[in-house]
Design a protein around this ligand. Structure first.
Ligand code: COA
Length: 166
């Protein structure tokens, strides 16, 4: 994947920084795995590294955000999905998240991707508002597709997508 400057592929040495952001109480409710100590997070991180599509962004030499951008194959090869996306809460509202996603989308567009899709939990209004601002539209709802450890209820996953015009 081409690199336009802000982001770079994650490296094994990023484990602790990614874990710290991932497990922040304002972040972990909206990502893929439940709160876990570093040792339990290692295999999750190893899988992200192995994807070859997990990127971090840095500020002043410190990792302050990440995302995974995966392209599908075959007849869906014009489609990519964004996952495991977060910004360090200390950078909240700074515009870094917008810059990170904009760069990710431009890299995907340069590779020929036409459609970028993602799932966002229905109880994450900040995430939904953020993606709307970036041009994503609500396309549907996967009912009760998500459940956090300790929660009594299941949560709906919203499908959002953006078509990349030429
Ligand atoms: C979602 C997240 C990445 C957004 O980060 P952020 O720092 O708020 O985003 P930015 O400062 O770059 O804002 C980008 C745009 O979204 C808008 N936005 C962000 N939060 C908003 C809100 N609650 N309501 C309305 N607009 C909002 C900003 O106003 C900004 O628009 P502008 O550039 O036109 O002013 C961040 O909150 C996060 O990491 N959350 C936890 C993890 C998460 O929810 N990930 C998504 C899971 S799918």
């Amino acid at each position: 994947m081409p690199n336009h400057g802000l982001r770079r592929l994650a490296r094994p040495a990023d484990l602790a920084a990614v874990h710290a952001i991932y497990m922040h109480p304002e972040v972990v409710p909206y990502l893929g795995v439940d709160p876990a100590p570093l040792a339990e997070f290692e295999p999750v991180f190893a899988e992200l590294l192995a994807s070859g599509a997990f990127f971090v962004v840095e500020k002043g030499g410190a990792v302050c955000g990440f995302h995974r951008a995966t392209r599908y194959k075959g007849r869906a090869r014009h489609v990519a999905t964004l996952q495991t996306l977060a910004i360090d809460p200390h950078e909240k509202g700074s515009g870094l998240a917008r810059a990170m996603v904009t760069e990710a989308i431009e890299c995907l567009r340069a590779e020929g991707v036409k459609r970028v899709e993602l799932l966002v939990e229905a109880d994450n209004p900040r995430g939904v508002a953020f993606y709307r601002k970036l041009g994503f539209e609500l396309e549907g709802c996967m009912k009760r597709a998500y459940k956090r450890a300790g929660d009594a209820d299941y949560v709906d996953e919203l499908i959002m997508a953006r078509w990349l015009e030429d």
